[in-house]
Design a protein around this ligand. Structure first.
Ligand code: PXL
Length: 235
């Protein structure tokens, strides 16, 4: 089958296959797209936890992106684990070499078991530099709290945090509500002009590892095939 659309995934490797680049490739492939990759870090992990993280040198991240895009032009880009400020700089520099506005950033910060996947300087850099360069940022509640420096306990708090991120320069923000303790779940998509609320009932499951990666990869795949932002987030 000829793939419909091409998506460049810039993310970390998860040896357990549930999250990271492995989850992204499976998602893009399942949606009929073609996945290219640039690996930013290699994690050794299983369902219990992360046992090691090795960063890929920024120059190597840059080379992966540049070799790929020189030959196969992506229709959209999904960015996941970035790990350090130097890697983010390399990503911005290389992605800026092509004209592409369909970029989705999942601001990955902490693995499900609690291991930090990014340092503080990189978080500040995402806020100050990267966020403005992308179409959509998809934080979960703990990530939105860190980025907006607010506490989120309700749907109202999610909207408030989203508005702060828009004021800080994000074009579109999808705050995922799965961490709220409620039966009704909300994901909230905000831009300067609009707010769209996606509502669903809560599915109780311990198997949530990789859900954020999967969602952002699916949104990037949908965007790459020409769906608009709201339709791409509806899934
Ligand atoms: O789910 C976030 C995530 C993203 N990327 C990598 C990860 C994880 C969580 O463990 O390992 C590489």
């Amino acid at each position: 089958m000829k793939p419909k659309c091409k998506i460049l995934i810039i993310a970390g490797s998860d040896s357990s296959g549930g999250a990271g680049i492995q989850a992204d490739i499976k998602t893009v492939t399942a949606l009929g797209g073609y996945a290219m990759t640039a690996v930013t870090a290699v994690t050794a992990q299983n369902t219990i936890g992360v046992s090691s993280i090795v960063s890929i040198k920024p120059k190597e991240v840059e080379k992966q992106i540049l070799s790929t895009i020189k030959d196969i032009k992506p229709d959209a880009i999904k960015i996941g684990m970035l790990h350090s400020q130097q890697v983010i700089k390399a990503v911005i520099k290389s992605v800026n070499k092509i004209k592409i506005n369909k970029i989705v950033l999942d601001p990955v910060m902490v693995a499900k078991g609690g291991t930090r996947l990014i340092n503080n300087a990189a978080i500040i850099y995402i806020k100050n530099k990267l966020m403005k360069n992308i179409l959509l940022i998809t934080p979960n509640i703990p990530e939105a709290e860190i980025l907006s420096k607010t506490k989120i306990n309700s749907k109202k708090d999610m909207i408030k945090a989203g508005k702060i991120l828009i004021r800080l320069g994000a074009k579109n923000v999808l705050i995922k509500g799965g961490h709220l303790k409620a039966d009704q779940m909300y994901d909230i998509l905000l831009s300067k002009e609009s707010i769209k609320i996606f509502k669903n009932k809560k599915f109780n499951s311990k198997n949530t590892h990789g859900t954020g990666c999967t969602l952002s990869a699916a949104i990037a795949a949908n965007l790459s095939c020409g769906k608009d932002l709201i339709k791409s987030c509806e899934l």
